[in-house]
Design a protein around this ligand. Structure first.
Ligand code: 13P
Length: 220
């Protein structure tokens, strides 16, 4: 069971309030070092594929490794929606990060319009066909319509999508999209839901801790 908190562009809780938690935190770049120093398993929210170069505003895997960061998110839907991330750049980032020794959580998921048009499986296939299995690669299924909206995929929708994803690529799959302490149990109980990628609820130490405890109770 893997529970990861994506703090997005929020400062997030005091890392010391999360001490001892068996979880991953993905803080903004300026908080990475504080999280590492607090003993948390710390991932970046993005990483470039080159070790260095003239890429203003980017960060490289060796730079993250140098300060004790363990891994990175790649291809979050907010990167795809607002910052021009494509399946091709996601593939480059994933390959570069894994090659450099970072772990990766690669995010996939369909928009509301794509789901309504019956394109969910086509979208997942397109997003996944650029990736290869790797022991340090974990996937996150984050339906865009459930992110930050308070709408959550039902456990059945999540299970169906996760099983489909695993039929295409052999990797653990986390669910993301409005995971809260009161819906975590139903989602995390599904056989192909291997954990959660938590946004808003990870900004509050107590609610993040409650989700982690639910996960530990279901699969210890
Ligand atoms: P919310 O939990 O706020 O919906 O965010 C989900 C997410 O995008 C995690 O990466």
């Amino acid at each position: 069971m893997i529970i990861a908190g994506n703090w997005k562009m929020f400062r997030g809780p005091d890392p010391h309030a999360l001490a001892g938690l068996d979880a991953i935190v993905c803080p903004p770049f300026t908080r990475l070092r504080a999280c590492v120093e607090a003993g948390l398993t710390t991932y970046a929210q993005n990483v470039h594929w080159e070790p260095e170069g003239a890429y203003t505003g980017e960060i490289s895997a060796p730079m993250l490794l140098e300060i004790g960061v363990t891994g990175s998110l790649v291809g979050h839907s907010e990167r795809r929606q607002y910052f021009g991330e494509t399946d091709q750049t996601v593939a480059l980032r994933v390959r570069g990060a894994l090659g450099a020794g970072l772990r990766v959580i690669a995010c996939v998921g369909e928009t509301q319009a794509e789901r309504e048009r019956g394109e969910t499986e086509d979208v997942l296939r397109r997003q996944l066909e650029v990736l290869e299995p790797h022991p340090d690669l974990v996937l996150a299924y984050e339906p865009v319509w459930a992110i930050g909206t308070g709408l959550t995929a039902t456990p059945e929708i999540a299970q169906e999508a996760h099983a489909f994803i695993k039929s295409l690529l052999d990797a653990p799959v986390l669910y993301g999209g409005s995971v809260k302490p009161d819906n975590a149990e139903g989602l995390l109980s599904q056989p192909d839901v291997d954990g959660a990628l938590v946004g808003g609820a990870s900004l509050d130490a107590e609610s993040f801790r409650a989700i982690c405890e639910t996960g530990a109770r279901i699969r210890s």
